[in-house]
Design a protein around this ligand. Structure first.
Ligand code: ADP
Length: 203
């Protein structure tokens, strides 16, 4: 693909979605694998029949969407089930990502992948990797407030995610999201200028 695609990753609560929104406001395209995953498992979503087949009705809400709470608990305690779910979801997400990237008409596109490091398959598509990083204390506070989770639950997710050092090692660009939203906005504006220049050079 000749498009200029920037992979965006970071831990839970680091600010990936916020950063993506700010780039989108400036005119960048955004493809978000979490959003695609939610869409695939929403009522009538394309992944629902396969999930119902493999896991059973107990995992599907009355409105036809995936029961995320039940599934999260189940795969947490049954690693092989996690693999099965991933097998169902990954291929569908990958196809939807490719279609969305093909369809994008913006000067460059951000591909937001929380598991960019763990799931190697997106790396060949990317022109650059942007890591959103912040102090762990802030990460816990922000993620807990946003998702209505306890700090302990956020910390458990963080412990299961790739550690910051490993993530930072693959970064071409890093946003240190330790300040307020105004300073985040100005960092995004400057990266947007760089990406536009790089994208026009790349075409
Ligand atoms: P992620 O997508 O990485 O999980 P989010 O973008 O959802 O993280 O950010 C988590 C929460 O922190 C959100 O409620 C967001 O509004 C808030 N947030 C992100 N960056 C900042 C910042 N620089 N200042 C204040 N709040 C922020």
């Amino acid at each position: 693909m000749s498009k200029f695609i920037v992979g965006v990753t970071g831990g839970i609560g680091s600010g990936k979605s916020t950063v993506a929104e700010l780039f989108a406001k400036l005119g960048a395209g955004v493809v978000d694998t979490d959003a695609i995953s939610r869409q695939l498992t929403s009522p009538g979503g394309a992944a629902i029949p396969a999930i119902r087949d493999k896991f059973g009705e107990a995992f599907i809400n009355e409105d036809g969407s995936l029961n995320r709470t039940v599934m999260r608990d189940y795969v947490f305690n049954h690693p092989p089930a996690r693999k099965q779910l991933e097998r169902i979801m990954h291929a569908m997400i990958r196809d939807a990502v490719h279609a969305a990237l093909e369809a994008a008409t913006q000067p460059y596109v951000l591909l937001v992948v929380p598991l960019l490091i763990e799931v190697g398959s997106y790396r060949p598509l990317l022109s650059r990797v942007l890591v959103v990083d912040c102090e762990e204390e802030l990460q816990v506070q922000r993620a807990a407030a946003r998702r209505d989770m306890t700090p302990e639950a956020v910390k458990a997710i963080m412990a299961a995610q790739t550690d910051r050092k490993t993530r930072l090692r693959v970064a071409d660009d890093v946003i240190e999201n330790n300040g307020d939203l105004t300073s985040l906005e100005s960092v995004v504006r400057s990266l947007d200028r760089q990406y536009r220049a790089m994208a026009s050079g790349a075409n």
